[in-house]
Design a protein. Structure first.
Length: 122
């Protein structure tokens, strides 16, 4: 399994078997809970306190892209200039994709800092 497939499945960057999050679904109602380490190989996901601050910026970038996509789609579907009606669809998109952004940004951050020797195995 290559790295893209592993990221999509949300599995450990070392062994490719243990899940990073307790729930493997990217879309869920309840807040996502992370495993502290891989259940299969013991790889620790949070390397140090504050490790996931960078993932917050990745999530922010996803949210900005979603806002831009929503506004562009709104302007193409609804004639006329943009007005306050675009706020509610934008808020809905942000809320609906918040758990996806949270999980996906953390998974990307973990893979970005996985040891190079580990990445070459996949």
């Amino acid at each position: 399994m290559n790295a893209v497939q592993q990221i999509a499945k949300g599995v450990c960057p070392v062994c490719g078997q243990g899940h990073i999050f307790q729930s493997s679904s990217f879309f869920s109602i309840k807040p996502p809970a992370m495993n502290e380490s891989c259940t299969h190989c013991g790889y620790v996901f949070e390397k140090e306190s504050g490790f996931f601050w960078g993932a917050m910026f990745v999530s922010y970038a996803f949210t900005v892209a979603e806002i831009i996509a929503t506004i562009v789609t709104w302007s193409l579907l609804v004639e006329g200039s943009l007005d306050t009606r675009v706020i509610w669809p934008t808020v809905a998109v942000i809320i609906l994709l918040s758990t996806f952004n949270f999980k996906f940004s953390r998974i990307l951050w973990i893979y970005f800092f996985a040891p190079k020797s580990v990445k070459s195995k996949s």
